[in-house]
Design a protein around this ligand. Structure first.
Ligand code: TRP
Length: 453
């Protein structure tokens, strides 16, 4: 038995620290930047409903599974899956699924950092008063000038990677936990201030209708896959981020309650972000389907015309940077832990090596907005391709495999022991979902997308 295994990287100081860290990992650009723009591209309501269903029937059960696996294995996701499999009499090759996740996190961070860099740049733009009384064209030009400049993007991407590296190099308690406990509450306060403002803008109802009034006819199979992929992305699932954080979880915490709390907070914040953003979009006659530039090209127009807009805009982008930063930490940690364990190197060294590689890969995304604008992989530019490959393919696939492993291969006693629940209603419901509902749902979305179903 491997019950009293300890992680060599340490542990969170309490379960609250874990819940905060995991919520910080979950809440990020995915909620505030990506959710509104893909909801906008896919017509709103129907997309939002599919996304909510995915969170409920796939996201929460999978989150429980990942935390449980992590705490059982107490190692990097690849080693964790291999050893939990071994313990259950299954093949150690399940470790490859953990490996796929680590790779996905590595790839995601390479472009995530570039977008977080936009947000950081916008903190300075906002504070300098660049949006004040600016027209839509001027705001549009600010954004296009930024993304047209490879050197600027590289600079901000480098700052994000460098700071992420500095924190992760300090380790779980001194680095990750301290930073998250400081940043997360500030982010939350800033968000509340902004929603209060948005609710008073007068277009709140239009925003509400856009997000919750479903028009299923407008939702394509691709939109459905977007919604599924985004459910994984926004909860930080299937890359080992959550599994890794679970490995640092003290033994006594309730996994079920933590999972529900994290998912609820994450979903709540995405919807709040949507409700803060779309009223401003409609109040100014802007386009909800503007793509990745949505919040950068639309919100500053509104900020530029509101009383104390300079301050609010600065707050908004600061909030975005903090939210993104608690996520970049979670994206880097699994690769670093893997590197430390696999090659027996020091944390500092592993962090520097992995961060440099991710930084280098991120240059692909940097260039995709300018010099390589016309370089296409499968009909997508480098950024779109990386996003698509990870969020729409690697995450659902990795998630499916983790679900199958946990439901069908992991020994029941190990699961009950780790979840610390009785063989009762909650357990059977979870088991039923993991065995049938979640895998079938993922398969249907995939097959529908491939046109087979
Ligand atoms: N969930 C974060 C967001 O919404 C991003 C993120 C952090 C992530 N860790 C992850 C996405 C792991 C996928 C997998 O912004």
């Amino acid at each position: 038995m491997t019950l009293n295994r300890q992680s060599i990287h340490g542990e969170w100081s309490s379960r609250w620290a874990f819940v905060l860290a995991a919520t910080g990992a979950a809440v990020g650009l995915g909620n505030i930047w990506k959710f509104p723009y893909i909801a906008g591209e896919n017509g709103g309501g129907a997309f939002v409903i599919i996304y909510l269903i995915c969170i409920l029937v796939i996201g929460i059960p999978l989150m429980m599974a990942e935390i449980m696996l992590g705490r059982r294995g107490r190692q990097n996701p690849a080693a964790t899956m291999a050893s939990v499999a071994e313990e259950s009499g299954a093949s150690r090759h399940w470790g490859l699924v953990g490996g796929l996740g680590i790779l996905a996190g590595f790839l995601i961070l390479s472009y995530y950092s570039v977008i977080a860099g936009w947000a950081l740049n916008y903190v300075f733009k906002a504070a300098a008063g660049d949006f004040t009384n600016a027209s839509a064209q001027q705001i549009g030009a600010l954004f296009s000038n930024l993304v047209a400049s490879p050197w600027q993007l590289l600079f901000w991407h480098s700052i994000i990677m460098l700071t992420t590296m500095l924190v992760v190099a300090r380790g779980v308690r001194q680095g990750l936990e301290k930073t998250i406990v400081f940043m997360f509450p500030i982010m939350l306060i800033l968000l509340v201030i902004l929603v209060a403002y948005s609710m008073s803008s007068g277009y709140f109802e239009q925003g509400l209708a856009f997000l919750f009034h479903p028009k299923f006819a407008q939702l394509s199979p691709e939109g459905t896959l977007d919604a599924l992929g985004h459910a994984f992305f926004t909860l930080s699932l299937a890359t080992g981020s959550i599994m890794m954080y679970g490995a640092y979880l003290p033994k006594n915490a309730s996994i079920t309650r933590a999972s529900v709390a994290i998912a609820a907070a994450d979903t709540g914040i995405a919807l709040i972000a949507g409700l803060a953003i779309f009223p401003i979009v409609f109040a100014n006659g802007l386009q909800p389907g503007a793509g990745p530039g949505l919040i950068f090209q639309t919100l500053p127009i509104a900020f530029g015309h509101m009383p104390m807009g300079r301050m609010f805009a600065t707050f908004f982008f600061m909030m975005l940077v903090f939210a993104a930063f608690t996520s970049t930490l979670s994206l880097l940690e699994p690769s670093v832990a893997w590197c430390i364990e696999r090659f027996h190197m020091s944390r500092v060294r592993a962090t520097v090596i992995i961060s440099s590689l991710i930084w280098l890969l991120g240059i692909g995304t940097v260039l995709s907005f300018n010099v390589w604008k016309n370089v296409h992989l499968f009909g997508m530019d480098v950024f779109d391709f990386m996003d698509y490959l990870t969020a729409n393919i690697m995450l659902p696939l990795g998630g499916l495999l983790i679900v199958i492993f946990t439901a069908w291969f992991m020994r029941q006693e190990a699961k009950l022991d780790e979840l610390q629940i009785k063989k009762g209603f909650i357990y059977y419901k979870w088991r039923l979902t993991m065995r049938y509902v979640a895998p079938v749902a993922i398969l249907i979305v995939f097959l529908k997308f491939l046109g087979i179903f």
